[in-house]
Design a protein around this ligand. Structure first.
Ligand SMILES: [Zn+2]
Length: 243
């Protein structure tokens, strides 16, 4: 028996050497029961709980990009994006390292929060923020679509990845000023599949990270061009900068 255990232990150690599994947030080794993120990082996830608040700092930022007599757009994110902490690795590893397991895990957490919120549970269409086709081609996937797929499944909503198209490649937003971000994405999207949105009452735009709100704000304005005025348009992202 002692020999058996030690053989099992050696196999486990060997497997960990070949396929080291570490927490995406803190980098510590994961136990056998953990996947993607360790228990203590999961427990300390800086959640926003904006899905319970019709008005919050994120929705205020989003609606500052929406002028005119349009209905107030709701907005929520699962957690705060803080550059100084390892939690930024969650969205980074999905976007740049094709870490779908981590992306889906946190997307399902966001999805279950939305399903439990009376503000979002009636969403019937999910529209991921599109990448320009050249970027999508070189990356091979759209991280917003990976997140949107989990949300649509949890809410029983239609996933409509081609509802919007990106007209041109926009520069990476990270190093631009707030004014620069606004003009960088202004008019960057155009509606492309109006028929798929026909009859939808509550459309949810999904992205990985919300910063100034200029990008998703531009998406909301673009969808407003084709949707009836009574249709609600909300926003959900994995992470929200600030807070
Ligand atoms: Zn950890």
């Amino acid at each position: 028996m002692i020999d058996r255990l030690s053989i099992d232990g050696r196999w486990r150690a060997l497997a960990d050497l070949i396929f080291p599994r570490t927490c995406v947030v803190c980098g510590k080794s994961l136990t056998l029961n953990e996947s993607c993120v360790c228990g203590s990082c999961l427990e300390d996830l800086p959640r926003t709980y904006y899905s319970k608040m019709p008005r919050n700092p994120m929705s205020a930022r989003l609606n500052s990009h929406l002028q005119g007599p349009v209905p107030y757009s709701l907005a929520t994110a699962l957690f705060y994006y803080r550059a100084a902490t390892g939690y930024r690795n969650i969205t980074k590893s999905l976007k740049y390292n094709a870490d779908f397991a981590t992306g889906r895990l946190f997307a399902r957490m966001l999805a279950s929060e939305l399903a439990g919120s009376p503000l979002f549970s009636d969403v019937d269409a999910v529209v991921p923020v599109p990448l320009h086709w050249t970027r999508r081609w070189s990356r091979g996937y759209n991280q917003a679509e990976v997140i949107g797929k989990e949300i649509a499944a949890a809410l029983g909503a239609s996933l409509i990845p081609d509802a919007l198209r990106r007209r041109r490649r926009t520069r990476t937003q990270t190093r631009l000023s707030i004014e620069g971000k606004e003009s960088n994405v202004s008019g960057a999207f155009r509606p492309s599949n109006a028929s798929a949105l026909s009859g939808k009452r509550h459309v949810l735009i999904v992205d990985d990270v919300f910063t100034t709100g200029a990008t998703v704000g531009s998406c909301v304005r673009s969808l407003r061009e084709i949707l009836p005025s009574g249709t609600r348009i909300s926003v959900a992202t994995l992470a929200c900068v600030g807070g």
